[in-house]
Design a protein around this ligand. Structure first.
Ligand SMILES: Nc1ncnc2c1ncn2[C@@H]1O[C@H](COP(=O)(O)OP(=O)(O)O)[C@@H](O)[C@H]1O
Ligand SMILES: [Mg+2]
Length: 412
């Protein structure tokens, strides 16, 4: 939808540029006392107010009668989790999610499962191709001969398919690829040498608006996805979020489930900043101009899997496409990044290494070529896009250092 209306949206954005919307983000820093409290602050210490402890304790824990050993085991596990939550701070070192909390994040698509699906999907042939279920008109839901399913995306511009694939591998480089359904490229050929794979759906291919020989992306189908509304730090009107909106004081009174979700959001916002993906939170922020409640509605291209974990779908607006439209969208991307001051330590470490070695694009190219057999078919980032990626890594790294300095100051 955003793509279809992009011309209109971009024109509107340019018209509204003079309104200096980023100014709405002026943080209420001064109004928020005690940012980055010591970890022994009342909200986060063992003597924390009841709200923190009680909310982290899973409801009905004590009253539930145990039935059977598995159930007892599960309850013990939950009991340990709740006890650990009650005695631990969700943040360590002022800016990192605690390891304990990170361990509660649903596993998503672990590397080993992703690579077995990718291997099976690449070897399989397409036995069915259906309209519906996978979004806009050119997309299709494919049934594969190994019994699995995938959403096939056809980019009007090859840069979109490249963006989908490269974003997937960038998430791998940054250490949170388990939040994205595995993505493989495939060349659509109804006949010829590569035709065997698509031969069974020749008829459907004739009805699809895809060019013969086009490269499409296949993302593993996920059953029973549900919508996700942005959590509190971003749900309030824009002017109420602001630099450091996601920092320790904002966590007071949150439930375990809410904290676990925020861990994933901190990666999502870094990811969308690095790839300049405007087709998620940013497009909602843009719509705030005429829809003040847009942040209370489902976030585009973000879903919740049945295990409760977030799934970052449809990343084709990232990298090439996003970088081309930086002038339009960066006024939203950058304040969003600055709203996050708690990070997964592993993500921050990857960003730091890519900053120090100044090798973000070459590492991405290496991982892309190693893991995607069709990597050569869509080319790679241009030199200018590679520089932009490195600059964004550098800026994220600097932002993390700024948050750290701020947290240290609060400790003095
Ligand atoms: N891999 C997938 N598994 C399950 N559902 C999917 C998957 N990919 C897309 N969908 C469904 O299709 C909708 C649109 O998908 P998306 O990839 O965002 O397409 P587009 O934005 O091009 O219309 C999603 O909101 C989701 O409901
Ligand atoms: Mg989409």
């Amino acid at each position: 939808m955003v793509r279809a209306g992009l011309g209109r949206a971009a024109a509107l954005a340019v018209l509204l540029a003079s309104a200096s919307l980023a100014g709405l983000w002026v943080g209420r820093l001064a109004e928020r006392p005690g940012r980055f409290p010591r970890e022994s602050s009342p909200a986060l210490s063992p003597s924390a107010p009841k709200t923190f402890r009680t909310l982290l304790t899973l409801p009905g824990e004590e009253q539930r009668p145990s039935r059977g050993r598995a159930r007892v085991g599960r309850e013990r596990e939950r009991g340990r989790a709740a006890a650990s939550a009650a005695s631990s701070s969700p943040v360590r070192g002022g800016i990192f999610w605690s390891r304990w909390l990170e361990a509660q994040v649903p596993r998503g698509f672990p590397a080993s499962e992703a690579s077995s699906w990718l291997a099976a999907a690449r070897a399989a042939s397409v036995v069915g191709l259906e309209r519906g279920g996978c979004g806009r008109a050119p997309n299709r839901l494919a049934r594969l001969s190994d019994g699995s399913r995938a959403c096939v995306r056809y980019g009007i511009n090859p840069e979109q398919v490249q963006g989908e694939a490269l974003s997937y591998h960038l998430a791998g480089l940054l250490g949170f690829q388990e939040r994205l359904p595995p993505v493989a490229l495939s060349r659509v050929e109804a006949s010829g040498a590569g035709g065997r794979r698509w031969a069974a759906v020749g008829e459907e291919l004739r009805g699809a608006p895809w060019a013969e020989g086009a490269v499409v992306s296949l993302a593993r189908w996920v059953d029973n996805l549900t919508d996700v509304v942005a959590p509190q730090p971003w749900r309030a009107p824009l002017r109420e979020a602001g630099p450091g909106a996601l920092s320790p004081p904002a966590l007071r009174g949150l439930s375990l489930a809410q904290l676990v979700e925020l861990v994933q959001w901190s990666d999502l916002i870094l990811f969308d900043y690095l790839t300049a993906n405007f087709d998620r939170l940013v497009s909602n922020l843009f719509s705030l101009q005429w829809d003040p409640r847009v942040m209370h509605r489902a976030t585009r291209n973000l879903h919740r899997a049945p295990d409760g974990g977030l799934v970052f779908l449809d990343n084709e607006a990232g990298l090439g496409h996003g970088y081309r439209l930086l002038a339009v969208w960066d006024r939203y991307n950058e304040p969003l990044l600055r709203s996050v001051c708690i990070f997964r330590e592993g993500t921050a470490a990857r960003v730091r290494d890519l900053h120090r070695l100044r090798n973000a694009a070459s590492e991405l190219l290496h991982i892309y070529r190693t893991r995607e057999p069709l990597a050569e078919s869509l080319g790679f980032l241009s030199d200018q896009q590679a520089r932009l990626l490195q600059e964004r890594i550098d800026l994220v790294h600097q932002h993390i250092l700024d948050c750290q300095a701020q947290a240290a100051q609060e400790h003095l």
